[in-house]
Design a protein around this ligand. Structure first.
Ligand code: UGA
Length: 437
């Protein structure tokens, strides 16, 4: 037993599991976190945190005495009753969620362990019901995660809402899970639902956010044609509280381990019931096309890209993470190389993860080094350091100071003053001022 009641169990210490373990420990609980990969467990026991997530390493070190990392399922089952399952559910080739790791956990738990399986992994609606059918001795609670990479620790501690889904018979288990989150209750509502609804809340939330992004991206594309500025349009739209201002940043498309996977999983889930989810088909297509539009923007200025040196600034799917899953940089670099361009890239933290995925891309060790001699730059990830770059000095070093700002992150007027031809997404292009010598 810990300072605050029973120990919390965590199964799978990837990104979600590790944040969950650290934050429950921070709330004063003893945590037993189990993973099947011995090297991962050994590293975490030594205090080596391989995941780049602001505040996480410090939180794990601060609470080291409260967290036990183990490979042993027996140790976990002996020490904890509530088992937060945080194994990944990657997409299969057809777009469904691959539930093999979830099934492996259920198999290990056995017939009747008296434990509560608290599902944090994102699973299709219906998964909880089928697990309950197979393992009637196990209590089941759906508690989807809504953490964002880069702000996961803060999101856990200050949730908009916590969803706790349980079906008849598992009310006591749901009470126990809700009690763990009670100290955060002032921050966000604890919503009690049935299991299928909790599962759908997770998928529908991610799909809706992805829809917002694809929507604003299409608005941006129209803005370019009609002389409007998508930033202004989003500001005006977002001021309507029914719409809200978040997730209306136009750019070169969403990536990451969640939106692409969950949108396609929801589409497949609907399809499996015989319902064609028309809207999500378009959301996915718009996202794919958006990444490719950058190529057209470069060609508009440079003509053929054959032999042109293009610098990618940022590789991670978003700033403050080294996560490369479904990153727009992967599609973009392949497209640019397909057009005959030479690609050089820089990212403040993701180079190590990106290098094996982008073997034919030259990796630079600074933004300036990447820009040197380049015919154009594309800002792919909005890392803060790009805003502070000495762009006038960068312009001097480039073969042609042309930038496509894929995240509308830089100030177009300042970039033009620094000598750049500037193109954003849904913003009007700005030519560099002609130099008077
Ligand atoms: C997303 C959700 O936001 C979380 O609530 C959810 O828990 C998580 O998925 C998950 O299911 O695990 P995450 O993938 O970490 O979180 O990242 P987001 O910050 O949501 O960004 C996703 C992508 O959308 C990024 O590529 C980002 O650049 C892009 N984006 C975001 C835009 O293009 N425009 C925006 O306005 C916002």
């Amino acid at each position: 037993m810990s300072e605050r009641g029973e120990a919390v169990g965590v199964i799978g210490v990837g990104w979600v599991g590790l944040v969950t373990a650290a934050c429950f420990a921070e709330l004063g609980h003893r945590v037993i976190a189990r993973d099947i990969v011995p090297e991962k467990v050994e590293a975490l026991t030594r205090g080596d945190v391989a995941i780049h997530e602001p505040g996480l390493t410090e939180m794990i070190h601060r609470n080291a005495e409260r967290i036990t990392f183990t490979t042993s399922m027996e140790e976990l089952l002996e020490g904890a009753r509530l088992l937060f399952t945080c194994v990944d559910t990657p997409p299969t080739y057809s777009g469904d969620a691959d539930l093999s790791r979830v099934r492996a956990v259920v198999a290990e738990l056995g017939e009747d362990s008296g434990h509560v399986l608290v599902m944090k992994s994102t699973v299709p609606a219906g998964t909880g019901e089928s697990i309950r059918r197979d393992r009637p001795g196990l209590s089941y609670v759906s508690c989807p995660e809504f953490l964002k990479e880069g702000t996961a620790v803060a999101d856990f501690m200050h949730p908009d809402r916590v969803v706790v889904g349980a079906d008849a018979g598992d009310e006591e288990a749901a009470d126990a899970v809700a009690a763990l989150y009670a100290p955060l209750g002032e921050e966000g509502e604890i919503l009690r639902t049935d299991v299928a609804s909790a599962e759908m809340i997770k998928l529908a939330s991610n799909a809706f956010l992805a829809t917002k992004i694809s929507f604003i991206n299409e608005i941006a594309n129209v803005c370019e044609e009609v002389g409007a500025d998508v930033g202004e349009v989003a500001r005006g739209m977002g001021a309507d509280t029914r719409i809200g201002s978040s997730f209306l940043r136009a750019g070169i498309g969403y990536g990451g381990s969640c939106f692409p996977k969950d949108v396609s999983a929801l589409k497949m889930l609907a399809g499996n019931t015989g319902y064609h989810f028309q809207l999500l088909t378009s959301v996915i297509e718009v996202n794919e096309l958006q990444k490719r539009r950058v190529v057209g923007k470069l060609e508009k200025h440079l003509g053929s890209l054959i032999g042109k040196r293009i610098a990618l600034l940022g590789l991670a799917f978003k700033p403050d993470t080294d996560d490369m899953r479904e990153a727009s940089s992967l599609v973009l670099s392949a497209r640019l190389q397909g057009e005959g361009a030479e690609v050089v890239a820089y990212d403040p933290v993701a180079v190590e993860r990106a290098s094996p995925m982008l073997t034919s891309v030259e990796m630079a060790d600074s933004a300036i080094a990447a820009l040197e001699g380049a015919d154009a730059a594309v800002l792919v990830t909005e890392w803060g350091e790009f805003r502070d770059l000495d762009w006038a000095a960068a312009a001097e070093k480039m073969a042609r100071p042309l930038i496509v700002d894929g995240r509308n992150f830089l100030d177009p007027t300042a970039m033009a003053a620094a000598g750049f031809e500037y193109e954003g997404i849904g913003r009007q292009a700005r030519p560099a001022p002609t130099k008077v010598s």
